[in-house]
Design a protein around this ligand. Sequence first.
Ligand code: NAI
Ligand code: MG
Length: 490
Amino acid sequence: MSLISRLPEVEEFLSRVQPLRIDGAEVAGSSELDVVDPSSGSVISRVAGAGAAQVDMAVAAARAALSGPWGRLSPHDRGRLIWNLAELIEARKAIFGQLDALDNGKPFAVARDVDAVWSARHFRYFAGWPDKIEGATIPVSTPNRLNHTRIEPMGVCGLITPWNYPTLMVAWKLAPALAAGNTIVLKPAEQTPLSALYLADLALEAGFPPGVLNVVPGLGGDAGAALAAHPGVDKIGFTGSTATGRQIVMASAGNLKKVSLELGGKAANIIFADADLERAVPGAFWALFGNNGQSCTAGARLFVHRSVHDQVLDGLRKLAEGLSVGPGMDLKGHDLGPVISRVQMDKVLGYIADGRTGGAQCIAGGGRLGDTGWFVQPTILAGVSDDMRVAREEIFGPVLCVLPFDDEDEVLARANDSEYGLAAGCWTRNAGCVARMGAGLHAGTVWINCWGDTDAASPFGGMGQSGYGREMGRDALALYTQTKSVWQGL
Ligand code: NAI
Ligand code: MG
């Protein structure tokens, strides 16, 4: 196997313990974290880890920056800085691609052309917003009064992000938060801190004043918990597990900071008898195996009408057997990489074993792949029933569960029988069914005859225990702004 050679910038970045980025400066942490490449399982670098003291520093820097040059910048110039950042990300997409491919394990081409390029697009979309965040003049009924609203930033925003899309999940939160005029303390996932640190350097290069974006990698229970509980933080934007989301809500109670949460999912995907199987089978396949199943929107529960069940299963199995799985930096280029960590690999393998014990048939994969790095074979479990753990809990790995069904009312009820509600979808050529599913599926996003589409302009978020708040589009600005009503006696 030959690996893609690392860019000089990437070599340089990995060659020293990356410090925290606070107030435009490099700051030592209170610990050091290993940077692990899950494709090899080996430590490739180290970064500083923040503790409560460094989180305090970062929050103070972000607070001070609110009333510095950033706070006085015109909306036009704020937009221009965000645009500059978008251009820099796109120009350095290969660096982002390598950092994320090494840190997360995903294929380099995907990390560069999807994660980095879409991040740039996200910033570009939000660069257009600062001079369009309008208040209103309200026709109040009191005589001799003028009433208007101002849409103001929240203040200091703590952003806590996961490891599955290291750059993109940062972009989803950071771009609207900056467009609205906030300052930021970003705590990236401890498994994938590199690209967030690199982004902090690009933000300075783009012209953002020091203190606007502070980056403090660290453990969740350490830096993350300190940020979530911090009295100087006005808002937390979080993506991650439902369990951690709950802890963040509790930690936020001290100062009643605003919280938005994008949490787990267990998306139902339905193939009806009349579906165009040429599209539905690969569509449903990639709905789960995209990003190696490590997506909150993964189409994890695939309901297939009994009349096409065996045919679909056969198609899925063939696709699984044709997948190439390997290191993110392999010159050959693979469809999928490893899962993020040994912990995650053991968790995924545990679910597969549990499904088999419960009576599911493994028609593809089923075990670890090789003994170097954290690879799991793309796995398909058939004959899964609704009450099994593999059908109810988020696995977050390359495991597709297939469940047969007989009629529409039945499958809709079963699809909606989940504590989660992030995404759902179906494949059908029946216009009535399309309309009924669009309305009936309980999820923040419904995909019909497609899967996984997102756009910076279209709202995204969860119902039920998949969280609250909508990222992207104009809804995202609501998460990072607050409305003030101003009354004036005439
Ligand atoms: P996690 O939710 O614990 O981690 C996400 C982020 O939260 C990380 O930055 C972490 O450092 C931080 N964090 C952890 N504990 C915290 C605390 N007490 N206070 C503040 N921040 C804290 O998820 P983890 O452990 O990485 O993965 C476990 C499972 O979570 C996965 O198997 C998957 O099911 C789910 N998950 C869902 C994601 C999504 O996109 N919805 C992303 C990552 C994980
Ligand atoms: Mg890593």
